[in-house]
Design a protein around this ligand. Structure first.
Ligand SMILES: Nc1ncnc2c1ncn2[C@@H]1O[C@H](COP(=O)(O)OP(=O)(O)OP(=O)(O)O)[C@@H](O)[C@H]1O
Ligand SMILES: [Mg+2]
Length: 254
């Protein structure tokens, strides 16, 4: 589904990603883990065109997408959530989710102003799909609430609904359960498992190792911008390089 080859990203000459290469298999869940500052969010930002890569290649379904504009990458079938929420605070929950379908509007402003019956029909379809996505994340009773008044856990789930509504081939989630309580984490974990069962390909950045152990088919470990291990959750947990990356970090902050 996705192949990264020697991907590098520098910020002002300092490397945040160095020579990162791995593949994300279709229909599986890949977890991207690593200590704070390892480069996980930077990697997601480079894949989705939010940040330009310095060098290297990103192949998605066989097409080179490195440094394409983010709306083009999204139209090709990659969607994402952000580590720090990016909702439109004044828009309703439903409208926030509908923005995940902007690529599918397929009409000009003049057509929209004419309010053609075809467009009204199309809008109803998009609304129905958004309602389905909201139902999937148990938000049906809050669709007209402005996003800004939602509790944090609900905001995270609105982002997830917006990410899945366009039925992307690849879903990139940057810390989808960070800040959620145990019950909310378990619920989102179940919803992610269902997405995988439905054939979606997922890559998630996650610090919650219980969730990673439970849902990841493959784990990729980044440390200081380098990919230091890939394998099953059990394999990477026993890898001395991974232990050193985490334990070294803990000793440094002790
Ligand atoms: N826009 C930016 N400008 C300059 N440096 C940046 C920028 N974004 C990230 N960095 C640096 O790149 C490195 C990787 O940051 P990144 O946010 O990707 O880490 P992360 O693995 O997502 O960490 P966390 O687990 O804390 O979210 C860090 O040293 C960070 O300070
Ligand atoms: Mg991050």
């Amino acid at each position: 589904m996705l192949r990264l080859d020697h991907l590098c990203k520098n910020f002002g000459g300092l490397p945040a990603l160095s020579d990162v290469s791995f593949t994300v298999p279709k229909g599986k869940v890949t977890a991207l883990i690593g200590p704070n500052g390892a480069g996980k969010s930077t990697l997601i930002n480079c894949i989705t065109g939010v940040l330009p890569a310095t060098s290297g290649s990103v192949l998605f379904k066989g097409h080179e997408i490195v440094n394409l504009a983010s709306h083009k990458i999204s139209a090709l079938g990659i969607s994402r959530t952000f580590q720090n929420l990016r909702l439109f605070p004044r828009l309703s929950v439903l409208d926030n989710v509908m923005t995940g379908l902007t690529c599918e509007g397929g009409h000009s402003m003049i057509m929209a102003m004419l309010r053609l019956p075809y467009l009204r029909h199309r809008e109803r379809q998009l609304k129905l799909r958004s309602l389905e996505a909201l139902d999937y994340f148990d938000l049906s009773d809050k669709i007209y609430w402005p996003a800004e008044i939602l509790a944090y856990g609900d905001k995270k789930r609105v982002e997830l609904a917006r990410a899945i509504v366009g039925k992307p081939d690849l879903l990139l989630l940057d810390e989808p359960v960070a800040g959620l309580n145990g019950e909310e984490t378990a619920a989102v974990g179940d919803q992610l498992k269902l997405l995988r069962r439905a054939g979606h390909t997922l890559m998630l950045v996650e610090h919650d190792m219980d969730l990673v152990m439970e849902i990841a088919d493959q784990v990729v470990v980044l440390d200081s911008g380098r990919c230091i291990a890939t394998g099953t959750a059990d394999e990477v947990r026993r890898n001395p390089l991974v232990l050193e990356a985490y334990l070294g970090r803990m000793e440094a902050t002790a």
